[in-house]
Design a protein around this ligand. Structure first.
Ligand SMILES: [Zn+2]
Ligand SMILES: [Zn+2]
Length: 435
């Protein structure tokens, strides 16, 4: 019997970690991420004494943030990933350790070990990790370098979607279910299983037209965005619809944008990317930031939910200016300053100063325009259903595990799939299934 243990990401988005065990007890871990805003951020503890390999779907820290823990001591397994993902993982984990006071049980030494034990695996190449135990990567369309994974173990084929997008964005190509061979089991993300994204092209056009209008009338536009992929997607959309005004990129997004230059093959169209980046001012010095603050232009900067990051440098005067705008372009989790700004028009934030040690409470009623353009990099409900319908299941099993979504999304998604004849469940943390 093959065993699948869910060490996280059950009925929540965070700490993705799945353990697969063969008949003989050989083990493979798929993703090993952290969760946010919780006391307990690491995946559920498990005996990993026979860990033969770790395979990573993509760089986001809810999938990668806990990886260094597997390189603390003892048996250090190879980490299968690709070059663009590894380089960004390194930056994101260092950034996570820097901005958080949480006592993560690892540091620089383990991050170095993780890099040392990493091996690059090309998509479509079957990699043996133990007897009768193989992994293969397939494009997941989520961010540059993202993959879904097929695990073949003791004659069973398990498909793990990771985070997946089945529509093309400007930055990356979409995932294609026709690439996937016949499977017995699927482990599917469910982030937006209960949502429908608005038509993408119309949304992109509206975003740029509104931006141009505000800039032409003398305002500024702040676009808080995740540093990985979403900031770059925003810049490509602005270029595609001919935004010609001043454009600034700040914070972690600048580092990630430079990494993408080094891995053009991870992008859908490297020429479009280069073209979009040509007019961007990379804010990497104090003087440049002062210039950006004074200019009448667009500022793209993390963090995407306004929980900190370089966006904080710009937000106050923009909030108070009726001719300016803040356009949020990612999902705003409940309880974040971005969500509150969107729902109530109020920006509330606790700003920490380490020297002198003071916390400032910022509470500003927005006079500027606030809008949400959700340029998602996940499939919505209909797209997830279409993807699953196109997968080729072995008729005897048709098992689907719904993970990486909140309580309601994972449970309802599993129910919908059960109605279509799948043997589907939303597992809970720590549960072990035999297949
Ligand atoms: Zn992701
Ligand atoms: Zn994720």
């Amino acid at each position: 019997m093959v065993k699948i243990s869910f060490l996280g990401s059950c009925r929540e988005v965070g700490r993705s970690a799945i353990l697969i065990e063969s008949n003989q007890g050989d083990q493979c871990v798929l993703d090993y991420g952290v969760r946010f805003n919780e006391e307990d951020r690491m995946p559920i503890a498990a005996n990993l004494s026979r860990l033969k390999a770790v395979a990573l779907t993509h760089c986001h820290i809810d999938h990668s943030g806990a990886l260094p823990f597997l390189y603390l001591n003892g048996n250090k397994p190879p980490l299968f990933t690709n070059a663009v993902t590894l380089e960004i993982v390194e930056k994101l984990i260092y950034d996570m350790l820097k901005v958080s006071s949480y006592p993560y049980p690892f540091g620089k030494k383990e991050i170095n070990e993780l890099i040392r034990y990493s091996q690059f695996l090309e998509n479509g190449i079957k990699q043996k990790i133990a007897p009768k135990f193989y992994i293969t990567f397939y494009d997941a369309g989520h961010v540059p370098g993202s993959v879904s994974i097929i695990v073949e173990v003791d004659g069973k084929r398990i498909f793990y979607s990771g985070d997946i997008n089945t529509i093309k964005t400007n930055l990356v190509d979409s995932a294609n279910p026709n690439d996937i061979p016949e499977i017995d089991v699927a482990i599917m993300e469910s982030t937006y299983a209960l949502r429908a994204h608005p038509p993408r092209a119309a949304l992109e056009r509206e975003f740029v037209e509104r931006t141009i209008n505000i800039i032409e009338n003398g305002g500024k536009v702040l676009v808080p965005a995740f540093g990985v992929a979403r900031s770059q997607e925003a810049l490509m959309i602005l270029d595609k619809y001919h935004y010609k005004g001043k454009l600034f990129l700040d914070g972690l997004a600048t580092l990630i944008s430079k990494i993408y230059f080094d891995y053009p093959n991870s992008l859908k169209n490297k020429n479009n990317y280069r073209k979009a980046m040509r007019n961007v001012n990379f804010v990497n010095r104090r003087r440049k930031r002062l210039y950006a603050k004074k200019s009448n232009g667009v500022i793209v900067s993390p963090s995407g939910m306004l929980k900190g990051g370089a966006a904080m440098e710009y937000i106050r005067p923009i909030l108070k200016d009726p001719s300016s705008a803040i356009f949020l372009i990612g999902y705003q989790v409940e309880g974040t300053p971005g969500r509150q700004l969107l729902d109530e028009g109020i920006f509330q934030f606790k700003e920490h100063h380490s020297y002198p040690y003071i916390d400032y409470d910022i509470n500003i009623k927005a006079k500027c325009e606030i809008k949400h353009y959700d340029f998602s990099s996940h499939s919505d409900g209909e797209e997830l259903h279409n993807y699953i319908d196109s997968l080729n299941f072995n008729n005897n099993s048709k098992e689907i595990f719904c993970v990486h979504g909140d309580n309601k999304a994972t449970i309802t998604f599993a129910k919908q799939l059960a109605e279509k004849g799948f043997n589907s469940v939303a597992p809970e943390d720590g549960e072990v299934y035999k297949i």
